[in-house]
Design a protein around this ligand. Structure first.
Ligand code: ADP
Ligand code: MG
Length: 325
């Protein structure tokens, strides 16, 4: 490699669309054979980051090298050695699944024999036998997603970008796809992977960057994220009555409370905190003001999902505070 020992090396990468800061001073690096995850809610800046790193979109500022090549000046070299699975699918609607894969192999100049072998293997591994002769136009959303991911593996690459590859897949297919990706990583492939599903990031990623509103708010291993944020507690409660308008918002806006969610099926309110002893009296106080009766309240162990939501909502509050104050 020429400019960096890292497969992806990004410093202060920024993308602005007019007034909108889609990606702001993002800095990270990934090593060879690492699965690096970008985890964040809708609109966080995941796709925009991928578009920049795959040379589809020029950054507003910042620097990046990909596979040792400079993003600004060596885009062609980068494109030759990466794979990209974009968020939207992008194949010729007229072809059937097998032909579509065949054409993709041709575009990448994969020799005929190798191409055929790989297509057979991919159809097998991605469970696409039943619809291999179907026009891509007639595929279900999940089948299209599978084809989109599978065909990328027809060609050789050193680095693969996957933008929410498992959206629309059922749990078994999803697991198959993730396990296939894991196998490729064992063979030396490096993966940049985006998702808004925490469990998936945890299953696949060596390190996770949590991104919110264009900024990275944490980078760590799934295990460390769990240790650092998983020790939080969740406070759950039920009310005797339906809550009136404004109640949830009122609780969520409290300084000591990150956000309040409501589960309709169990009629349970839930919030995450490191200080339940402060939060519980606060909940009683607000309920009282709304003339509501709390029928039960208890403290539970927070999950990593809680921790993630917590991280993001705290960050949103901070951002708001900075903008208004
Ligand atoms: N071409 C564009 N013009 C204006 N705003 C854009 C454009 N592309 C993305 N955005 C905005 O940038 C933010 C980040 O978008 P995106 O990277 O697609 O988020 P994610 O993939 O994490 O859901 C969003 O607020 C989105 O609306
Ligand atoms: Mg996206």
């Amino acid at each position: 490699m020429t400019t960096s020992e890292y497969v992806i090396d990004v410093k202060d990468l920024t993308k602005r669309f007019g007034e909108k800061m889609a990606v702001e001073n993002v800095t990270f690096n990934t090593k060879r054979s690492e699965v690096f995850g970008f985890l964040g809610p809708n609109g966080a800046g995941k796709t925009t980051t991928i578009k920049m790193l795959t040379t589809l979109l020029p950054p507003t500022s910042g620097t990046a090298s990909v596979l040792g090549f400079d993003l600004k000046t060596q885009g062609r070299k980068i494109r030759e050695r990466i794979g990209v699975v974009q968020q939207q699918d992008s194949f010729d609607q007229g072809l059937n699944v097998e032909t579509s894969m065949e054409v993709y192999g041709l575009i990448w100049d994969v020799p005929k024999k190798l191409r055929r072998d790989r297509i057979d293997e991919l159809i097998e591994r991605f469970g696409m036998h039943d619809f291999r002769k179907l026009a891509t136009l007639d595929l279900s959303a999940g089948q299209r997603r599978r084809l989109q991911v599978a065909r990328e593996f027809i060609h050789d690459m050193d680095l693969l970008f996957l933008d929410e590859p498992t959206v629309g897949l059922d749990p078994i297919v999803r697991r198959n796809v993730l396990d296939y990706i894991k196998d490729k990583v064992k063979d030396g492939l490096t993966i940049f992977f985006t998702t808004h599903i925490l469990e998936e990031a945890e299953y696949l990623c060596d390190r996770i960057a949590v991104i919110n509103q264009g900024r990275i708010i944490q980078i760590d291993t799934p295990g460390n994220l769990k240790r650092r944020f998983g020790s939080a507690k969740a406070v759950e409660f039920n009310l005797q009555e339906e809550s009136p308008p404004g109640f949830v918002e009122n609780i969520s806006s409290q300084e000591s409370i990150s956000s309040l969610t409501y589960d309709k099926s169990t009629k349970t309110y839930r919030t995450t905190t490191s200080r339940p002893e402060l939060v519980i009296p606060e909940i009683y106080r607000i309920a009282d003001r709304f003339r509501l009766t709390i029928s039960s309240i208890f403290i539970a162990q927070a999950t990593l999902e809680d921790a993630f939501i917590n991280m993001v909502t705290e960050d949103d509050k901070e951002t708001k505070g900075r903008e208004t104050g």
